[in-house]
Design a protein around this ligand. Structure first.
Ligand code: TYD
Length: 205
C-alpha cells in the first residue's frame, strides 16, 4: 500500500485558506485519491475540546503552545498517521507551521521549545506540501471583520501581531522552498486555485 500524501494549508487569519480547502480536497479526489479533510487545532474529539479552550480562554503563551502540541499529538496518532498508512491523502487546515508562526513569531515562545515539541509530536509525520496563503495583514484583518461576527482570541489580535505571524511563516517558507508553495492571496480566487493545483501536481510526479 502506497502511503498517502499529507498537504497542509497555512496563512494568517483572513488570508483565504478556508475558501480553498474543500475545493482542493475535491480536486485531489477527482484525481482518484481518497482524501481526509481535517483541521488544527482540532481533528479529534479531544482536539476539538482543546480548540474551544485555545480560541476562547486566555492563557500564558507557553501554555498555549503546549496545548496546541498536545492536540496535535492526538491528531497525529489517532487520525493523520493511520490515514496516511492506509493510503488516504490528508488535507489539514493548519499544522505545525502555525505553532511556529503564531506561538513563536506572534507570541514570542522560544523556538528551542517549539523545535523540541515538533520533533516529539510529529514523530516523522510532516506535510509533503504546504500551501501558504500570503496576504498583507491589514487586508486580511478587513476580510476577517467582514466574515466573522464573533471573532476569537486570535482574530481579535492587532495588525502588529499578524505582521510577526506572517514574517515567521515567510521565514519558514524560505527555509524549506521545496515543501512550501507561496500563494499571493491578493489575486483572484481562480488564479490562486490554479497556482495551488500546479503545485499539487508535483505530488504525483
Ligand atoms: P483557523 O484555521 O483560523 O480557524 P477558523 O478559520 O475556523 O477561524 O484556526 C484557529 C486559530 O488557531 C487561528 O487563529 C490560528 C490559531 N493557531 C495557532 O495559534 N497555533 C497553531 O498551532 C494552530 C494549529 C492554530
Amino acid at each position: 500500500m502506497t502511503r498517502g500524501k499529507f498537504v497542509s494549508l497555512e496563512g494568517i487569519d483572513g488570508a483565504g485558506k478556508s475558501t480553498h480547502l474543500n475545493a482542493i480536497a475535491e480536486w485531489i479526489r477527482e484525481r482518484g485519491q481518497a482524501v481526509l479533510v481535517t483541521r488544527e487545532p482540532g481533528g479529534t474529539p479531544l482536539g476539538e475540546s482543546l480548540r474551544q479552550l485555545l480560541l476562547h480562554q486566555s492563557m500564558h503563551p507557553d501554555t498555549e503552545a503546549l496545548i496546541m502540541f498536545a492536540a496535535r499529538r492526538e491528531h497525529v496518532m489517532q487520525v493523520i498517521a493511520p490515514a496516511l498508512q492506509q493510503g488516504t491523502w490528508v488535507v489539514s487546515d493548519r499544522f505545525t507551521d502555525a505553532s511556529f508562526a503564531y506561538q513563536g513569531g506572534g507570541r514570542g515562545v522560544d523556538v528551542v521549545h517549539l523545535n523540541y515539541l515538533a520533533a516529539w509530536v510529529e514523530g516523522g509525520i510532516r506535510p509533503d506540501m504546504t500551501l501558504l496563503f500570503d496576504l498583507e495583514p491589514e487586508e486580511a484583518h478587513r476580510r476577517v471583520l467582514r466574515g466573522t461576527p464573533h471573532p476569537d482570541r486570535f482574530e481579535k489580535e492587532q495588525a502588529t501581531f499578524f505582521r510577526k505571524v506572517r514574517a515567521a511563516y515567510l521565514d519558514r517558507a524560505r527555509a524549506e522552498p521545496a515543501r512550501f508553495c507561496l500563494l499571493d492571496s491578493s489575486h483572484a480566487p481562480e488564479a490562486i486555485f490554479k497556482q495551488a493545483q500546479q503545485a499539487l501536481e508535483r505530488l504525483w510526479a
